[in-house]
Design a protein around this ligand. Structure first.
Ligand code: HEC
Length: 209
């Protein structure tokens, strides 16, 4: 579910950007006729794409465990670019149109940056926590690796994760899912050792009510 929303978001953002770039190029090249034609022809698809873009964006925002500063800047930039773009294209003001395009691209770049930061942080984080990394205590492993989605008691259910306290899954299936991942949950093979995976799987079973 989350992945589907994520790809819909990515697709709508890229389509939105593409439409934007084409419009800006037409404006810059003084192709007034082309711009009017393109704007008219693309009106409905553009509306669908921007609605998808906003709805999926808001949905994802509510699924994210913690909202980062970068994310807030990104959202502010996206919203600020809208009036700039509207005025820029209405008044055929090239400077404003280019500024709004730069803002949107910047926001997209920020999103990519925050993603890189995040993926760069996760492995080093688990590596730096050498006491936690070397521990075979299922509870500690769970708190360090799983609680951000499942919550300390397994009930949090972020990003579409299951309430672990209500899961009837057997141990071997758990081990498999923790190793390989499932849906929005990435696998832990290579991050946790086999013993740690078994320990945390056993711990997750103990959360069952
Ligand atoms: C990025 C968020 C995230 C993290 C971190 C995460 N999970 Fe998950 N987990 C999920 C999601 C989402 C699902 C549901 C997957 C699906 O069914 O599509 C899930 C499903 C599971 C399930 C299967 C439950 C069921 O009944 O279907 C188990 C067991 C589980 N996770 C254990 C863990 C353990 C143990 C860890 C830590 C080693 C962990 N998870 C870390 C998001 C996460």
């Amino acid at each position: 579910m989350y992945k589907g929303i994520y790809y819909t978001h990515l697709f709508s953002v890229i389509t939105f950007l593409l439409i934007y770039v084409i419009k800006t190029v037409l404006l810059l090249a003084n192709k007034e006729e082309g711009l009017v034609k393109f704007t008219k022809g693309i009106k409905v698809p553009e509306m669908i794409v921007s609605t998808l873009f906003l709805v999926t964006g808001v949905y994802m925002l509510f699924q994210i465990p913690e909202i980062k500063t970068l994310m807030i800047i990104k959202i502010l930039v996206v919203f600020a670019s809208i009036p700039v773009a509207v005025i820029g294209f209405k008044k055929r003001n090239k400077v404003l149109a280019v500024i709004s395009l730069i803002m949107i691209i910047m926001a997209y770049g920020l999103a990519e940056m925050s993603k890189k930061q995040k993926s760069a942080v996760i492995p080093t984080e688990t590596m730096d926590h050498s006491p936690a990394e070397s521990t075979s205590n299922g509870h500690d492993i769970f708190i360090n690796n799983c609680a951000r989605c499942h919550g300390e008691d397994g009930k949090l259910g972020l990003m579409g994760s299951r309430d672990l306290s209500g899961s009837a899954m057997d141990l071997n299936t758990r081990v498999e899912i923790i190793k390989k991942g499932k849906g929005a949950m990435a696998g832990f093979e290579g991050i946790l050792s086999d013993e740690q995976i078994r320990a945390v799987a056993e711990y997750s079973e103990s959360l069952k009510k």
